[in-house]
Design a protein around this ligand. Sequence first.
Ligand SMILES: Cc1cc2nc3c(=O)[nH]c(=O)nc-3n(C[C@H](O)[C@H](O)[C@H](O)COP(=O)(O)OP(=O)(O)OC[C@H]3O[C@@H](n4cnc5c(N)ncnc54)[C@H](O)[C@@H]3O)c2cc1C
Length: 538
Amino acid sequence: MSSNQPPPLVGYNLYDADAPLREALEREGGSWAEALVRELGSLAGTEQAIVWGFQANANPPTLRTHDRFGNRIDEVEFHPSWHELMKVAVGHGLHALPWREPRAGAHAARAAAFYIWSQVEGGHGCPISMTYAVIPALRRAPKVAAIWEPLITTLDYDFGLRPPASKRGVLFGMAMTEKQGGSDVRANTMSAAPTAEEGVHLLTGHKWFCSAPMCDAFLVLAQAPGGLSCYLLPRVLPDGTRNQFHIQRLKDKLGNRSNASAEIELQDAWAVMIGEEGRGVKTIMEMVNHTRLDCIIGSASLMRQAVAQAIHHTAHRSAFGKLLSEQPLMMNVLADLAVESEATTVLMMRLAGTFDRAGDDAGAGFRRVGLAVAKYWTCKRAIGVAAEALECHGGNGYVEESILPRLYREAPVNSLWEGSGNINALDVLRAMRKEPDATPAFIAEVESARGADPRLDRAVAELKRTLGDHDQLESRARSLVERMAMVLEGSLLVRYGDPAVADLFCGSRLEGEWGHTFGSLRPSAKFAEVIERHRPAA
Ligand SMILES: Cc1cc2nc3c(=O)[nH]c(=O)nc-3n(C[C@H](O)[C@H](O)[C@H](O)COP(=O)(O)OP(=O)(O)OC[C@H]3O[C@@H](n4cnc5c(N)ncnc54)[C@H](O)[C@@H]3O)c2cc1C
């Protein structure tokens, strides 16, 4: 008698199996990088890569504060699988592609590649993302950038604390959050004391969260005489001595367990200022804008992996004499999850594309507000998608050997960092208040689908009315941003998505034919084709 257990989802190409991603890569001008993304898609589907992901999480990093002679070393040790994952990520330029090849579609290409590879394992995406994101901020100090940028943009993963100039490649992190406040960084107490050397300050104080502490350097916020400023803090100084960067302990985290997140203390640590004194938040926001994009990509990636696993499992598991994937109620759940996944993938690629068109003014207004809207919404949705996809597996989904528990634990972190949910929702209000182009650019974007679907037209008209209502705006920020996100996703799907997906999206998310959980769509003959479009061919 058959055990009725599905085969593992292995030995397939994650890129070839992902129609929404393939279409978006072409649309956003990144087709020239298709071979690279396809290669990662193939690698991500191998047994070997999947094992790396599991091992890196089952064997979290450990802190070594001292060597055997009692000397302070402040190093973190990782399982070899972590290094394998990092080698692939750096080797394929996920930390630097658009800076290495600044051509049209480069950010979109990198987004597609990062989305594919993150499906194997999310934790190592943290240092990869921060390294990708640091370049725009670093360029605020051209002389410093001239030293570091060539080291950042190599394809070599060269682990270990050594003088930067002696390394084949370097990685970056960032440290803003202190005990007394992460959202309100103006409350930072770390001090920066000027030295005789121009731009060089000595930093003293703590940071409550500093992820990937084995990176070669960090952007750090500290209080200079002229106010909160941004600094580059290397772990090793040019003469080979270690900077005064001490790791107190590593956090014992819910998820993201392969990655190390530290509490650190600095004591007169050497650092060089980036950007203007007193304008540290503005400078580091250049970095945060890119890491926010990666939170969206990370959420899209996680949703895709969860939905692919759910569709695969239910296509091989029977109950009550029929495959789960053919049971009408399960089809409703799967189709609803697939709609959410496709909406997120299309949105993520559209936003990545705006980074490629950074010089275009209308694009800048849309990017400013669209990024905050999407960061808020997609990170929230990933949590629900992971939970529901887990349940599609029944008890198997609750067991570590399926990837679902790891996805479930990982899901909330993208919403937490780079501005937690409320902060992002409030940032949308700030963008609309401070930047006159932002709201018109957002409206122009959603209206460019006008006439294609009456449900979308009605939703846009209603949104415009809502945007004009400024009463109790702060308290209403979440509901407003949620609506903006769904109208934006609807507009993108109507223009670029699969017609069946767009139809289900507009009926549910825009017209309200929907409940409060996934699987509450109005019954439709289109469920089967939507599920088939998202089925990972193994
Ligand atoms: C795994 C992990 C890794 C991290 N790595 C790093 C890192 O490498 N570098 C780094 O600098 N930080 C890092 N962080 C820290 C993270 O960025 C902060 O936790 C986050 O910014 C929130 O700050 P907080 O924890 O101080 O919460 P608080 O600022 O106290 O916020 C608590 C809650 O209140 C909400 N809130 C705050 N202000 C308002 C308001 N005005 N109105 C309504 N609600 C509000 C927030 O949205 C949040 O939900 C990491 C966090 C985690 C979990």
